[in-house]
Ligand binder design. Structure first.
Ligand code: F0G
Length: 352
């Protein structure tokens, strides 16, 4: 039975005999081959389904490590700023570890499922009339003077936990892919994957992928090479204008012959619907920046036909039911409770 990341990857992680073996059995997520889209695009396309983690996003990988170390060090309270997924994971692992969790979120700009999670796991929730970058600046400052452990991805243990996804991809494919496509927000995850691919390659000669990271157009600070004071995108998870791991993301792209690029909200939504309706995989909008980026760079010729490509799907589609409904022009057909009317309608649908 899969025992969770701290147990399974202990030789790669800062785990010692005093580290609590915290787990919700995170990790070991599916790598799904996309049969139909591979055919359509002329590549060998897989998705790493991080929405299959216990709280529905990749954040569980980093959070299990960060919260376990906080507990080991005697901390009683963790704090983070979040666009939603970090706060859900922090709240869950803090509950599991018997610790308090304080989260600071941009008011009205986090998806409903994520807010529901923070409420259920019992976090103290502070919503500010500001954005993620402003919330992060506040919690960073406060954690310097208060007995709080900061569990945003500037906490190095987060990166350690998150690098395990790269290990899994190498084991699932038998080697690293040619291209790793990943959404970029605060840029912690691309940093973690690059570290993971390099470490695994050193130990097991699994090779290195091109790292291709994708920001949302309205929040593309790295692409523009300037801080965006008021980032905007439908992909609220990556609505970030001053990524904390900026330089690490640039380094990952440069040293792997990859690129940090941007995708529009329209491209994100198109990929989001295509993925769910063609392959049966429902990932939240920010996640689909990776697939949107693959489509864009196939068209530009930057990704070459025949490549083995892994697109990271960072969060579960159920996190954000509102975007799913609002972007689907969905109108329920309401019929009287009569066999004849229902049968006629379904027969009409089948004939069309
Ligand atoms: N995808 C999803 C679903 C996310 O929630 C995030 C980040 C990212 C991609 C980007 O990852 O920041 O490491 O570059 N969410 C953070 C949060 C900011 O607060 O949940 P990154």
């Amino acid at each position: 039975m899969w025992k969770g990341l701290l147990q399974e990857y202990k030789e790669f992680l800062p785990v010692n005999e005093r580290t609590p073996r915290l787990t919700l059995h995170e990790g070991n997520t599916p790598l799904i081959h996309l049969e139909e889209l591979s055919k359509q695009f002329g590549i060998n396309l897989h998705v790493k389904v991080e929405g299959a983690n216990p709280t529905g996003s990749f954040k569980d990988r980093g959070m299990v490590m960060a919260v376990a170390k906080a507990k080991e060090e005697g901390s009683k309270t963790v704090i983070c700023a979040s666009t939603g997924n970090t706060s859900a994971a922090a709240a869950a692992y803090a509950a599991r570890a018997g610790m308090r969790c304080i989260i600071v979120i941009p008011d009205g700009k986090i998806a409903m499922g994520k807010l529901a999670q923070a409420v259920m796991y019992g976090a103290e929730i502070i919503a500010i009339e500001g954005n993620f970058d402003e919330a992060l600046a506040m919690v960073r400052k406060l954690s310097e003077s208060s007995p709080l452990t900061l569990v945003n991805s500037v906490n190095p243990y987060r990166i350690e936990g998150q690098k395990t996804a790269a290990f899994e991809i190498c084991d699932q494919l038998g080697k690293a892919p040619d291209v790793l496509a990943i959404p970029v927000g605060n840029a912690g995850n691309i940093t973690a994957y690059w570290k993971g691919f390099k470490e695994y390659n050193e130990k097991k000669e699994t090779g290195l992928p091109q790292m291709r990271g994708f920001e949302a157009e309205g929040a593309a600070a790295i692409v523009r090479n300037e801080v965006i004071p008021n980032p905007e995108t439908i992909a609220t998870a990556i609505r970030i204008g001053n990524p904390a791991s900026w330089q690490y993301a640039v380094d990952a792209a440069d040293s792997s012959n990859g690129k940090i690029d941007e995708v529009t909200d329209e491209e994100i939504l198109k990929a989001y619907h295509l993925l769910a309706s063609t392959e049966g995989v429902f990932a939240e909008p920010a996640s689909c920046a990776s697939l949107a980026g693959v489509i864009k760079q196939l068209e530009s010729g930057e990704i070459i036909p025949g490549s083995t490509v892994v697109a990271v799907l960072t969060g579960n589609g159920l996190k954000d039911p509102n975007t799913a409904i609002d972007s689907s022009h969905f109108k329920p057909v309401v019929l009287p409770n009569e066999e004849k009317a229902v049968f006629e309608h379904i027969e009409g649908v089948m004939a069309s």
